[in-house]
Design a protein around this ligand. Structure first.
Ligand code: NAD
Length: 302
């Protein structure tokens, strides 16, 4: 069997088109567009490239975008004051603080200062609680898990009653996606198991998964023989396993591998996500969707 590829790159294009259309409609009817501020502290090269991608995507879909770059020496007090300014700014619907922050700043304190109704990353404890309650309480599902669920839904995979096994229990992927898949409703209603480093027999759990979501950060952790024939395999792992020279640019680029042995797994699974080009492109896409939702909540049209 050769699995159907679930391509994040293609789904991203569809969703960004949908967002662009909706932004234009809201602008025509209500005279406003979603506003997103990206706060970058210091000049960490990886952070700069993430922020740049977020800014480019925000422009592409027609958002009002504010880039707020701060020196690495900014005090915690000044950073909190900055967050407060954007919390009160009516033109801003989403506030993003790019992590990591310099060591002298308490990251948790800064993230918790963001108004939960502008927390489009979905990491504020209030939004974590809303996600746990489920249904209409949910405002901003965290972006990577939201992307995973969207991929499963758009691929047409049945989730109701499905055995979902999630490998990994992080706060940004494993725990939230498990919580989302267990809720009653569209794209969920599954029976969910979370496995992790304390699990006795990882293989036995994976083998009974109709939907296997792997977010461990261990290249090739999931062996092909752990995959149930026809299962949907979502590989969240992004692991740098070496370097190569890009044919296009001639520059050195990282060789990326997922947590699943892709070449062998694709012959057994019914659906599978590639790495790269699978879950990766979904995260920023869902960030845009959350920012649009934030404005829609404010306008009472969500
Ligand atoms: P994490 O390190 O915070 O958590 C990994 C989890 O996997 C832990 O809960 C751990 O218990 C579990 N785990 C690790 N090794 C295991 C093993 N041998 N057996 C069983 N369980 C094991 O990682 P994270 O932040 O959740 O990220 C996981 C992977 O997903 C990483 O490769 C990361 O780069 C990737 N990721 C990708 C995206 C994206 O594509 N947009 C977003 C977030 C994370």
């Amino acid at each position: 069997m050769t699995a159907k590829l679930i391509k994040g790159t293609e789904i991203r294009e569809q969703i960004l088109e949908e967002i662009t259309t909706e932004v234009a409609q809201i602008k025509a009817k209500h005279g406003v567009v979603p506003g997103l501020v990206t706060i970058l502290v210091g000049a960490n090269p990886a952070s700069i490239s993430y922020v740049t991608l977020k800014i480019q995507t925000a422009h592409r879909v027609g958002f009002h975008e504010v880039q707020d770059n701060q020196d690495a020496t900014i005090s915690e007090e000044d950073l909190l004051a900055l967050i407060d300014k954007y919390n009160k700014d009516d033109s801003i619907n989403g506030i993003l603080v790019q992590l990591p922050l310099p060591k002298h700043v308490d990251e948790k304190k800064v993230l918790n200062a963001i108004d939960p109704d502008k927390d489009v990353d979905g990491f504020h404890p209030v939004n974590v609680g809303r996600l746990m309650i489920g249904g209409k309480e949910v405002k901003f599902p965290p972006c990577t898990p939201a992307g995973i669920q969207e991929m499963i839904v758009r691929a047409g995979v049945e989730t109701k009653g499905a055995e979902v096994v999630v490998v990994g229990r992080s706060n940004i992927v494993g725990k939230p996606i498990a919580n989302m898949m267990v809720q009653k409703g569209k794209g969920a209603n599954s029976t969910v198991t979370i496995v992790h480093t304390g699990t006795k027999d990882l293989a036995a759990h994976c083998k009974r998964a109709d939907i296997l979501i792997v977010a461990a950060g261990v290249p090739g952790l999931v062996k092909p023989e752990w995959i149930k024939p026809g299962a949907c395999v979502i590989d969240v792992g992004v692991n740098r396993v070496g370097e190569t020279v890009s044919e296009k640019t001639g520059k050195k680029v990282a060789v990326l591998r997922g947590d699943v042995d892709f070449d062998a797994a694709k012959e057994i699974a019914g659906y599978i996500t590639p790495v790269p080009g699978g879950v990766g492109p979904m995260t920023i896409t869902m960030l845009m969707l959350n920012t649009l939702k934030s404005l829609k909540f404010k306008l009472g049209i969500a």
